[in-house]
Design a protein around this ligand. Structure first.
Ligand code: WQD
Length: 333
């Protein structure tokens, strides 16, 4: 029996693939290569010294997905695949809804057809919208501010309804906060196309001399230094949360949701300074206007994951900054 990872060559999928293989799981990766490179598969094999089946296929292609379930014995699915750029989702909402929602529906229908009824879904803290207070617990009200976030919320709802209708199903939604960092080998990491939107990849390209300076989006928020506060989580810690979720999934029925963050908030300037200190570099930055749609502060209460999954983040901000830069400097072209 194998665990199917949709989007398994992407940033979070590839790190989770490594941890699953290291823990002795059999995995199958499905990816359409829309935001990653095929070579990531070789890197996963190099790091783990283990092999797995790889399907280059798209969730929107039902025949391809059915063939994967037909030819393999899939016990659980971890569903990472999806378009994820907030800004782009506002420009191309129909593409985002079609890809993320229709893709998920085809996946769920195929799972149902082949009797696979266990799924871990990559959700996001974005489903909390602009929270009234912090830290955020899983029972906070849900709302979104962009089509990308809405696809995450809709998929959570689709999964709720599915599990409610089919009692033999079980599902865990993991709400990720801000994943950063890379595998300590420096072989896999975050590799966004074009100019990055997210803070950590942007800082890395400034450090590498590919971008002149970081624009700090606003220094007049109601935070300790006026810049936005987020809960940054090391991608390896995040990957390990999937292993715990899988363990839980195998022994439960129904649906659960967990915040996956450290529970600590760091400002943009905290990140800049931590990156400089960890890597002995200087990051040039300028204060720029606020970015539309940004919120002041967002960080998790991750107690539920600790109590129910036995998971807790262990890596420090220094680890996140060091590992991110180690990956960038080894891979920058
Ligand atoms: C972090 C902080 C920015 C870039 C987004 C999505 C979310 C999730 C992760 C993904 C903010 C500031 C950033 C820059 C800056 N999804 N910043 N200059 O916005 O918290 O979350 O990514 O799949 O759904 O919304 O992350 O890294 O973009 O920003 O000052 O060049 O850094 O204003 O305070 P965010 P981020």
């Amino acid at each position: 029996m194998a665990v199917l990872l949709t989007g398994g060559l992407g940033y979070i999928g590839s790190h989770t693939a490594v941890e699953l293989l290291n823990s002795g799981e059999e995995i199958i990766i499905l990816d359409n290569l829309s935001n990653c490179k095929r070579e990531v598969a070789d890197k996963i094999r190099e790091i783990t010294n283990k092999d797995f089946k790889l399907y280059i296929a798209d969730l929107l292609n039902r025949a391809d997905i059915e063939k994967i379930f037909e030819d393999n014995s899939i016990s659980e699915v971890i569903h990472f695949a999806g378009l994820k750029a907030v800004g782009e989702s506002c420009e191309k909402p129909l593409e985002y809804y079609h890809n993320n929602i229709t893709g998920t529906l085809i996946l769920l229908e195929t799972m149902r057809k082949y009797g696979c009824n266990k799924i871990v879904f990559s959700s996001s803290a974005t489903v909390y919208g602009n929270p009234k207070t912090v830290p955020i617990t899983e029972d906070f009200p849900l709302s979104t501010t962009n089509p990308y976030g809405t696809t995450k919320l809709f998929i959570e709802q689709i999964l709720q309804d599915t599990v409610k209708a089919y009692p033999e199903w079980s599902c865990i939604n993991l709400r990720y906060f801000n994943p950063v960092g890379a595998h300590s080998s420096g072989k896999i990491g975050e590799d966004p196309n074009g100019i990055p939107n997210n803070l950590m990849p942007y800082i890395n390209l400034v450090a590498a001399g590919k971008l002149d300076h970081l624009n700090v989006f606003g220094n007049d928020y109601d935070t300790k230094d006026g810049t936005g506060v987020r809960d940054y989580i090391h991608v390896v810690d995040l990957s390990l949360a999937h292993l715990k979720a899988l363990e839980k999934l195998r022994n439960m029925q129904g649906i659960e949701v967990y915040n996956i963050g450290t529970g600590e908030g760091y400002s943009v300037l905290d990140i800049v300074h931590a990156f400089e200190k960890a890597n002995d570099l200087t990051i040039k930055y300028e204060i720029a206007p606020r970015r539309v749609g940004d919120i002041a502060t967002c960080y998790a209460d991750a107690t539920k994951a600790k109590v129910e999954l036995g998971w807790k983040a262990t890596k420090s901000l220094e680890d996140m900054c060091k590992d991110a830069w180690n990956y960038t400097k080894n891979n920058i072209k």
